[in-house]
Design a protein around this ligand. Structure first.
Ligand SMILES: N[C@@H]1[C@@H](O)[C@H](O)[C@@H](COP(=O)(O)O)O[C@@H]1O
Length: 241
């Protein structure tokens, strides 16, 4: 795993943006695997800035998002559909028909997981997959204990994840209990992976990521089985490593 340590969150966001822009400039029809959560927000702001000031062109690009909450309508402000439109898609020239996110509001969740995995096969795999990391080591919404062989699936969210994500909702009772997520196996199909981690609260997870052998108790450790992973981490999140 290649490790890039940046002095702060702004530098981390700029570095991640450089990776994505160089991917799209090199291959205009790149498939980008995208993530949500607080960490990639700065990266998305930089991408929007790059679209405006450096004329990066997303017209031919595709995106496949990692996950979506179950039960939230696309127009719900905390749905990942809303997040992606609001923080990136509406501000760059990606074709809305080229952007894909699991549908968490369907009556047949099992079928939706199968449909999404087929989509990854047809459109993907991502040329570059962006990831964040949960404090418990989750990637996408693959919680500790998820078998590494899973493809896109329905997951019960860990209470610790619901608590961490409650900051985006009026109260913890409003945080959905389930999500659809690309599985570890789906994520590992990506050609390149860039994982972002910022802030002291991620320091323990980064230490585990760098030190632990692959084990299902710590989902991000599966990335050790991939041969093109770059960790971009700020000094605060790297402090225990
Ligand atoms: N499903 C997302 C993950 O993809 C993300 O990596 C994680 C960390 O989020 P944050 O960046 O806000 O710490 O949270 C969510 O649960």
């Amino acid at each position: 795993m290649k490790v890039i340590v940046t002095k702060d969150y702004n530098d981390l966001s700029k570095k991640a943006c450089e990776y994505i822009e160089s991917q799209v400039n090199r291959k205009p029809d790149s498939v980008l695997g995208l993530a949500t959560g607080g960490t990639p927000l700065g990266t998305y702001r930089e991408l929007i800035e790059g679209y405006r000031s450096r004329s990066v062109n997303y017209h031919q690009a595709y995106s496949l998002n990692l996950d979506e909450y179950v039960g939230l309508d696309k127009s719900h402000p905390q749905s990942y559909h809303f997040f992606m439109s609001n923080h990136l898609f509406d501000s760059i020239n990606i074709d809305p028909d080229h952007t894909f996110i699991p549908n968490g509001k369907t009556n047949d969740l099992v079928h939706e997981c199968e449909r999404y995995e087929r989509l990854i096969e047809e459109i993907g795999p991502p040329d570059l997959q962006l990831l964040g990391i949960g404090q418990n080591g989750h990637i996408g919404f693959n919680e500790p204990g998820t078998p590494f062989g899973r493809e896109t699936h329905l997951i019960d969210l860990a209470e610790s994840t619901r608590k961490a994500n409650a900051r985006f909702f009026p109260s913890i009772d409003d945080v959905p209990k389930q999500a659809i997520t690309m599985g570890i196996k789906s994520i590992l199909k990506s050609k390149k992976i860039v994982l972002l981690a910022s802030g002291e609260e991620k320091a323990e997870a980064i230490k585990c990521l760098l030190e632990d052998e692959p084990n299902e108790g710590f989902p991000a450790s599966a990335l050790k089985d991939h041969d093109d992973v770059t960790l971009i981490v700020d000094e605060q999140a790297y402090k225990d490593a």
